[in-house]
Design a protein around this ligand. Structure first.
Ligand code: GLY
Length: 301
């Protein structure tokens, strides 16, 4: 495959089309992945990413984002950053240099300000109202309540693989809580010689298995992207159930260095794909009797 893109959730559909357009015109995997994520960050009707993202326990929208270049293995990441338009673009800019690649909170905000990144109050009126209504009621947090992280994986015609992620994390999270999304190897990983992967779901669960790195490692052992993604999720889910009696939701997208994609999940999980041979399409992965079934997403909601 000359180029390919895969992204998490239905909310990534327009971004996938945009990423596909960039790759079709010979653009880079980095631009495709970050522009795809950036479109989701800008859309206030998506409640788990960027503008319109759900606030933490103090009613503040604090965002996480990550980016990795599979050619160099350089990554950039920001965590718990407030008041800026696009965490993924800030994360991408941090891949330069061998140090200071992962910044959090005030340090990330100072860096973003110093480097002229666009500011934005990401707390929408709708999100503020929902926070006011729910703050007394919510006891147990679920990463899937607000449809979670946007992740894009892209392959360009030069053979470069990139991964990009962005989320507002759990609704009503503790101030300073950081999930898997900005953490390399957990929320994302890319190695152009092998493949790439990115995760969505309960960050605390995903980080128990370094899920994205696990999938890339399985690809390096000869598993297809599909088998690698499913094995990474299934292995971790099994281990968590053995140790704790349950496993929280987690889903994984993967792509090998030839643009073949795969998905592993323990819940129903919509995702988007496009490549040189296929128009942008919305699919869904479902778990049934221990098997992952992938089909076209028919439900119009
Ligand atoms: N997967 C996103 C989070 O747990 O924050």
């Amino acid at each position: 495959m000359k180029w390919a893109v895969i992204a998490t959730w239905k909310m990534a559909l327009d971004g996938t089309e945009k990423a596909a357009e960039i790759l079709r015109m010979g653009g880079t995997a980095a631009d495709a992945a970050c522009e795809g994520v950036g479109m989701v960050e800008d859309e206030p009707s998506f409640h788990s990413v960027g503008y319109g993202g759900r606030p933490d326990k103090n009613g503040r929208v604090k965002l996480d984002g990550g980016f990795m270049d599979g050619d160099t293995l350089h990554f950039g990441a920001v965590a718990s950053i407030e008041g800026f338009r696009s965490p993924v673009r800030i994360a991408r800019s941090l891949i330069k240099g061998d140090a200071n690649n992962f910044l959090c909170a005030q340090g990330a905000e100072e860096y973003a300000e110093r480097n002229g990144f666009e500011k934005r109050d990401n707390l929408t009126e709708e999100a503020r109202e929902i926070y006011e209504q729910e703050k007394e009621r919510i006891q147990k947090l679920s990463a899937y309540d607000g449809h979670d992280t946007v992740c894009f994986l892209a392959l360009d015609e030069n053979g470069t693989l990139c991964a990009a992620t962005s989320t507002s994390g759990l609704f009503m999270k503790e101030n300073g809580r950081i999930g898997d999304t900005p953490v390399p190897g957990n929320g994302f990983y890319a190695d152009s010689a092998v493949g790439c992967a990115a995760a969505t779901g309960m960050g605390e669960e995903i980080m128990k298995g370094a899920l994205s790195y696990a999938a890339v490692m399985y690809m390096s052992m000869g598993y297809s992207a599909m088998k690698a993604a499913q094995k990474a999720v299934d292995d971790l889910e099994k281990k968590l159930i053995e140790r704790n009696g349950y496993a929280n939701p987690m889903s994984l997208i993967a792509m090998d260095r030839n643009g073949a994609w795969g998905v592993g999940t323990n819940v129903d999980f919509p995702f988007c794909i496009a490549d040189e041979l296929h128009e942008t399409e919305l699919m869904i992965a479902k778990k049934h009797d221990g098997m992952t079934i992938i089909e076209a997403y028919e439900n119009g909601d």
